[in-house]
Design a protein around this ligand. Structure first.
Ligand SMILES: [Zn+2]
Length: 176
């Protein structure tokens, strides 16, 4: 160690973080992918520190080393997070699986959002809406407004029973 050297210890790392809910977010510099990045000075030279790895090893002194096929990942998916509970050691194979799962989850959400947008656009009566209409003690136009149905007459028909059958048979084809 030379004069002016500084090691990035766990305490120093944590001091540069802020809690945000369950996440402990790094407020220092980040790399191109948003991963915490820092340097430390050893023997008068600045050296790059893999902050997440260093933090993980700080939390887990029992872990001697991290193998070449192992990565430190965040469970929460937040690249800047260094929370003790959120840092996990995974193999590159597990990491690849995790990424795929995350993508398919996002994809599922995306599809659900698209379906609901489409339904709203076409004013489809969903089974839940139909149930709500049948149960409603309000007038058809008030009910329509409450459910966001533009065409009140369709609610009128469902309530009076004339349009009811079609919707029950194929709820999703109840286009207005
Ligand atoms: Zn987190």
């Amino acid at each position: 160690m030379k004069k002016g050297d500084s090691i990035l210890t766990l305490d120093r790392i944590v001091a540069k973080c802020e809690w945000d809910g369950d996440c402990l977010l790094w407020r220092g510099k980040v790399g191109p992918q948003g991963n915490p990045a820092a340097t430390e000075r050893i023997d008068g030279k600045d050296k790059y520190v893999a902050v997440r790895r260093r933090t993980f090893l700080g939390y887990h002194p029992e872990v001697v080393g991290i193998k070449s096929n192992e990565r430190i990942n965040t469970k929460c998916g937040n690249h800047a997070c260094l929370a003790p509970d959120h840092l996990i050691k995974v193999t590159t194979r597990q990491q690849a699986k995790l990424t795929v799962e995350r993508i398919s989850e996002a994809d599922k959400m995306n599809r659900a959002r698209k379906i609901s947008e489409k339904m709203r656009r076409h004013s489809v009566i969903t089974p839940e809406m139909l149930e709500e209409i049948r149960r409603s003690t309000d007038g058809p136009y008030v009910t329509a407004k409450r459910l966001g149905i533009k065409n009140g007459s369709i609610v009128c028909r469902i309530m009076s029973g004339t349009g009811h059958k079609d919707y029950r048979a194929t709820p999703f084809s109840g286009l207005l």
